[in-house]
Design a protein around this ligand. Sequence first.
Ligand SMILES: NC(=O)c1ccc[n+]([C@@H]2O[C@H](COP(=O)([O-])OP(=O)(O)OC[C@H]3O[C@@H](n4cnc5c(N)ncnc54)[C@H](OP(=O)(O)O)[C@@H]3O)[C@@H](O)[C@H]2O)c1
Length: 285
Amino acid sequence: MRIAIFGAGGLVGSHAARFFRSRGHTAIAIGRSGAMDIVADATDSAAVQKALAKAKPDAIINAIKCRMPTDAAETAKNEAWLSNVVAAENIAAASCKAGARLVHISSAWVYEGKEGESYNEESITYPLNFYAYTKAVAEERVLHHAPNALVLRSDCVFGEDPHLADFFSRLKTACKKGEKFPAAQGQFSQPIFAGEIARLSEALLASKASGIFNCVGPDYLSRHSLAITMCGLFGFDKSVVAPAPHSARAIRVPLFLRLDISKINSVCKVKSLDAQLSDLKQGAS
Ligand SMILES: NC(=O)c1ccc[n+]([C@@H]2O[C@H](COP(=O)([O-])OP(=O)(O)OC[C@H]3O[C@@H](n4cnc5c(N)ncnc54)[C@H](OP(=O)(O)O)[C@@H]3O)[C@@H](O)[C@H]2O)c1
């Protein structure tokens, strides 16, 4: 299969490109900077159409998000809107014209994440901050333009981002330098390896499924516990991991994101956290 990957220079996109190539597919990396097969700013609809005319994909992954910490989106609203909503809409509209199936990566932050609640794909969305709001609006617009798209709601994605801005790379760097790594004890989620999102995308595309899927791991734990678990497996010094209060953040975030993953499991069983960490360690994708 030929698969065009928007945002191929980021965490999810770079792992997707590696995974699909390792599976014998032709992955065409599309981005606005870095070593890309095709350079395009996805906020420009003509540039997106031109890129797809060149790539001739059977399927597309949109792994674009505004390149800034989520807290910063609260003030840099225009930039966040352009990358998270306008680009998503352009890619969805162009995917139909190109006759290619679309996997749109979204966020589980569209849910409120209230203690004691569990969220399935039918649950009411309740974005708590501007970044989450852009992700919720993008989902609606993507499904309006491309009703057969796959929309994957992910959370706490780990892997190795080329910019070293992700959770795992920052932990690794802090351990190397012996610097404190603050990790929230009161923020819970179901972490997922970026390579696992790619593996699930391949299975979903093969199944001809469409619509919204919760796409997170099966294990529910705090950011702090995740950092400690990673230290144990990768031989990092656990003493650098410092408990951090989530209240230090500039924005409200969902704190208890417990997601029902039975829908995605019915297509392809999501691997356990241990198995996903082991894939990361082995450089599986
Ligand atoms: N990381 C997580 O924990 C997490 C959690 C839940 C959901 N997600 C979702 O997963 C997806 C990918 O996130 P990520 O963490 O992989 O993001 P990332 O590492 O920040 O990468 C985002 C990529 O998007 C590109 N981009 C931004 N605006 C663009 C534009 N206008 N045109 C073309 N490319 C553009 C960036 O390119 P430049 O380098 O040129 O800026 C970058 O390569 C997003 O939908 C995000 O919401 C991520």
